[in-house]
Design a protein around this ligand. Structure first.
Ligand SMILES: C[S@@+](CC[C@H](N)C(=O)[O-])C[C@H]1O[C@@H](n2cnc3c(N)ncnc32)[C@H](O)[C@@H]1O
Length: 281
């Protein structure tokens, strides 16, 4: 197996470069921990919910190195120490170098227990400090069906970028997420890719920008009927809405059987937008 290279990020926390996807697990310029906090937890409305609910259901597409889970668990416990968190993570595979990580305070305690359960005990379902951790390993498109009737307060969508990990950003996969998010729940992601925003739009989500972290462009938050608490998300500009509705590139990735290879999904998309552009001229 090619090597997962360890990389330091802007806030001093480490991440890995994935040799097959050709991307790092976290933004180098935003900082790995900073990204978890500002791109996922803050815009998810979960801090607001933790003050009002005794239990939180959180789904993550791409458990990765467990940073988003760790930061979320530690920060939500600061708000309500006895909060029960039900975490479900869809993940292709746990990568062994996760054992080389050591997170800064106050996150290392939780992450150490995570590493111990995953690597030493080889468990995929376990409990840490009132957080039930459930990992569904394998292709997320298949395993997501096992979530049954669960409804989630928030969904963190943290796959690799749409161009490199297309199978997790299609209209069909996002439609499955729509079925299991609570009406007032928030879907959040670092991505602002037009095919993704267009798919969310077609599925009936209200779309917001999340505050930029470590770069100029924002991220995306989307909800069916929720109202954002605080100022961590803000509405799209008229120009952004127009782009989603009229840009030839604003065409969802498609995977009708939820089984196509990611390269094929991208190829079909590029053919479609190529044809759209020809029609325009
Ligand atoms: C950017 S990383 C996630 C980082 C993570 N959220 C964290 O906080 O450390 C993306 C993850 O998506 C997983 N992934 C990519 N394609 C997948 C698929 N088809 N099914 C399940 N997981 C997938 C990768 O293995 C990788 O761990």
């Amino acid at each position: 197996m090619e090597k997962f290279k360890k990389v330091i990020t802007a806030d001093g926390s480490f991440t890995f470069y994935h040799p097959l996807f050709g991307e790092s697990y976290h933004s180098i310029s935003a900082g790995a921990i900073g990204e978890s906090l500002k791109k996922f937890l803050l815009p998810s409305n979960l801090l607001w919910k933790a003050k009002r609910q005794k239990e939180i259901y959180l789904l993550e597409v791409g458990f990765g190195l467990g940073y988003n889970l760790t930061v979320t668990a530690v920060k939500l416990k600061e708000v309500r120490p006895n909060l029960k968190i039900h975490y479900f993570g869809l993940e292709y595979q746990i990568v062994p170098p996760i054992g080389e990580l050591e997170l800064p305070s106050p996150y290392e305690g939780f992450h150490e227990k995570l590493r111990e359960n995953l690597l030493k005990k080889e468990k995929t379902s376990f409990e840490i400090e009132n957080v039930s951790v459930n990992l569904l390993l394998g292709d997320a498109r298949k395993r997501i069906k096992e979530l049954g009737n669960l409804k989630f307060d928030a969904i963190y969508h943290d796959a690799f970028s749409p161009k490199r990990n297309a199978e997790l950003w299609t209209l069909e996969f996002l439609a499955l997420l729509k079925e299991i998010i609570k009406e007032e729940g928030f879907w959040v992601s670092y991505s602002t890719a037009l095919p993704v925003r267009r798919a969310l739009w077609e599925l009936g989500f209200k779309i917001f920008n999340t505050k930029p972290v470590g770069r100029k462009s924002p991220g995306t938050a989307a909800t069916l009927k929720g109202t954002p608490a605080g100022d961590t998300v803000y509405p799209l500009s008229e120009k952004e809405v127009k782009k989603i509705l009229t840009s030839p590139k604003a065409v969802p990735y498609r995977d009708p059987c939820l089984c196509l290879p990611r390269e094929k999904i991208l190829e079909n998309y590029l053919n479609t937008i190529g044809n759209n552009s020809k029609r325009e001229t």
